[in-house]
Design a protein around this ligand. Structure first.
Ligand code: ASP
Length: 417
């Protein structure tokens, strides 16, 4: 088993590295049939999309089935409530800490000062009118669960799945067959995840090669300070906050934890989607990190939907960046508002590429900064998105390990092997 895991991890990493190198080389080729039609929109697109769609195909059924299982197998509704509250509090707290780190970095590193505006390709923005927070909350309850699944509305699927799980657990023995059915379905989908993951190294190669062949790096230079500040924030959060939580609450070595979690991080990096990473995260949590199915199947899908620490870091730094570019002074009141709105916005941010940047408009509006500022960073957003998605899903796994440990559902032998 250990050998197989090493193989997958290294194969995915090799795919990622080769994709990066190939992408940069192809970016340098002159435009034409070979570069555009055969490579970027041909081979890279084909293998990248086959993998991405293969894994996305499993997300809705997996999130639904695994949450029903998680909620039903928690034993009693009281435990479900306790774990649920703990999880949400944990997710929101780490996100608030992430925003604070970002604001401190934005203040000291000043990513928006000295920017050569003429070198940046700004993008015209059409941002939908702001959705009131209240609406975000009540829309978590689906009017039609089938529509929610068809649209892939994760928050609505989560609400319906948890209720279904609670219902099953209240009915107890009477619905033994249904519970068994959900367990079997879960096993089936996890098997499908394993099959699709066999294709991960090639898929990751295609996705990364296409991204770098299209975006290249020339657009990066004028914004390099902004990009680096976000990455510094992500690294600080991953090493100090997550590392500290793992050490302090679980006795697990962060190094072993990260090593095992690497395939999930690679999928997050190449797809820039927390949703797409759920299947891999779940598999690693259960098989490699020794976290019981009960806990992981509940906290991982929930985290992929509501916990976005990396996104919050980007938003905090983008606030300072845009304020500095446009010459605004941020008051303490504005900063506190950003901490609150960015934390809450993370609940409403979908785990798909680019969603965090759309939600940034809500954060900017809350303190009266110009949302056109988003146009400055949107051109290079994918490169930041890849990194922040890695942090987003790592946060879910760390929280899952902490909660599992507290509930006595973390197998230390498996976790530290
Ligand atoms: N791509 C991120 C995710 O899926 C969300 C974002 O755009 O920040 O986690």
């Amino acid at each position: 088993m250990a050998e197989k895991k090493m193989n997958l991890t290294s194969r995915v990493l090799i795919g990622l590295l080769l994709g990066l190198i190939t992408g940069i080389i192809v970016f340098k080729l002159p435009s034409g049939v070979i570069k555009d039609t055969i490579l970027i929109n041909g081979i890279f697109q084909l293998i990248g999309q086959v993998f991405l769609r293969g894994i996305m195909m499993l997300v809705v059924p997996l999130v639904f089935v695994s949450l029903v299982n998680g909620a039903a197998s928690m034993g009693d509704v009281k435990k479900l409530g306790r774990v649920g509250v703990k999880t949400v509090v944990f997710y929101l707290t780490t996100t608030a800490i992430a925003v604070v780190i970002a604001l401190v970095l934005g203040f000291f590193l000043k990513p928006g000062i000295g920017l050569d505006m003429s070198a940046i390709e700004t993008v015209e923005l059409t941002i939908n009118p702001r959705v009131p927070l209240i609406q975000l909350l009540y829309e978590m309850v689906p009017k039609n669960p089938v529509a929610a699944m068809a649209e892939g509305n994760m928050l609505q699927i989560i609400v319906f799945a948890i209720l279904t799980g609670v219902g099953l657990s209240l009915l107890g023995k009477k619905v033994e067959f249904l519970v068994k059915l959900f367990t079997n379905l879960n096993d089936l989908i996890m098997k499908l995840v394993e099959i699709v993951m066999l294709f991960a190294p090639i898929g990751v190669f295609g996705l990364i090669a296409r991204t770098f062949a299209t975006v290249g790096y020339s657009g990066l230079l004028p914004l390099i300070k902004y990009i680096l500040t976000v990455y510094v924030g992500l690294l600080i959060h991953m090493f100090f906050v997550y590392g500290g939580l793992l050490k302090g609450f679980t006795d697990l070595s962060p190094k072993t934890f990260y090593k095992k979690f690497l395939p999930a991080m690679s999928v997050a990096f190449s797809t820039a989607s927390s949703n797409a990473t759920v299947p891999v995260s779940l598999e690693i949590a259960e098989k490699e990190l020794g976290i019981s199915k009960n806990i992981a199947s509940f906290t991982i899908p929930l985290g992929a939907t509501i916990n976005m620490d990396g996104t919050a870091i980007m938003q905090g730094i983008a606030v300072f960046f845009i304020a500095q570019v446009y010459g605004y002074e941020l008051t303490i009141g504005m900063i506190l508002t950003v901490i609150l709105t960015a934390t809450l916005a993370s609940i409403g941010t979908a785990g798909v590429p680019g969603a965090g940047t759309i939600m940034l408009s809500m954060v900017l509006q809350s303190i009266g900064l110009p949302i056109e500022g988003i146009g400055l960073i949107i051109g290079i957003d994918r490169l930041v998105d890849m990194g922040r998605t890695v942090t987003n899903i790592t946060g879910d796994a760390v929280c899952t390990a902490v909660i599992a440990k507290q509930e006595g559902e973390l197998n230390m032998k498996v976790a530290s092997s």
